[in-house]
Design a protein around this ligand. Structure first.
Ligand SMILES: [Zn+2]
Length: 244
């Protein structure tokens, strides 16, 4: 049995992993986890408006720019491996072969936990489609009859990271993670996303607000631990405990 600590992030577009769980990535990298990030697409059509407004822009140029940004951000966060599947966006669609590729990655990484999008997102169906695909791939990776002989997957938690316009997504956090000690890394990764500068301050404020919730839920005014920056997550599966 491998003693490596690993985690897997599955991001619909190239920048999602930065805004939504960059702190969790940097924190776990610091804790010795090998964090693998899969970007199913570059967000080249739907999340690159600033680039498309430049004259003479082409799809290949946008993809190259988004790949470069994602690689730079991954480095800033301490990502172990960044895998860009380049499957296209708006809409994102996976063939059975693409899904099998994701299953292979899950089995190879054997993550202690996984991270992906909210289950509902009427503004961005690529996001909710990704989560549906992740659940399907997780299920297949657990099946003893799928590619017998390979190591099957255990039962890693799937954490859903915070979407944009939270209330519209039916997303309700049940975990707050203090990312204060790695905030500078997340901010550096955020600033790699030059095409989406309008979101830099927004996601800084999100982290500050979630830090307030971290403190409130870790004891509130009777000794809650202070945090300056945090990320919220919604877990899909129950936890198994010996004590409450
Ligand atoms: Zn996205």
């Amino acid at each position: 049995m491998s003693k490596k600590k690993t985690a897997l992030v599955i991001s619909a577009h190239a920048a999602d992993f930065v805004w939504r769980c960059g702190g969790a990535i940097a924190l776990h990298a610091k804790l010795g986890y090998e964090v693998t990030v899969v970007c199913l697409s570059f967000g080249e059509r739907g999340e690159s408006a600033k680039l498309w407004k430049q004259p003479g822009m082409t799809l290949d140029k946008v993809k190259a720019a988004r790949r470069a940004e994602a690689e730079k951000a991954a480095e800033a966060l301490g990502v172990h491996k960044l895998l860009c599947f380049d499957l296209g966006d708006y809409p994102l669609k996976l063939t059975d072969e693409d899904k099998n590729r994701l299953v292979e990655v899950i089995r190879e990484v054997q993550p202690s936990f996984m991270l992906s999008h909210s289950q509902y997102d009427p503004y961005n169906t690529d996001h909710m489609y990704t989560t549906q695909v992740v659940l399907e791939a997780r299920m297949i990776a657990q099946a003893w009859g799928h590619n017998p002989g390979q190591k099957v997957l255990g039962a890693p938690q799937l954490y859903l990271f915070e979407p944009h316009q939270t209330e519209q997504m039916g997303w309700k956090p049940d975990v707050f993670l203090d990312i204060t000690e790695v905030w500078e890394k997340k901010r550096a990764a955020i600033e790699c996303m030059e095409g989406q500068e309008h979101l830099w301050e927004f996601y800084t404020r999100v982290a500050q607000n979630r830090a307030n919730h971290f403190q409130r839920n870790s004891g509130g005014q009777s000794g809650g631990r202070a945090a300056l920056y945090a990320e919220g997550f919604q877990s899909v599966f129950p936890r198994t405990l010996d004590e409450l």
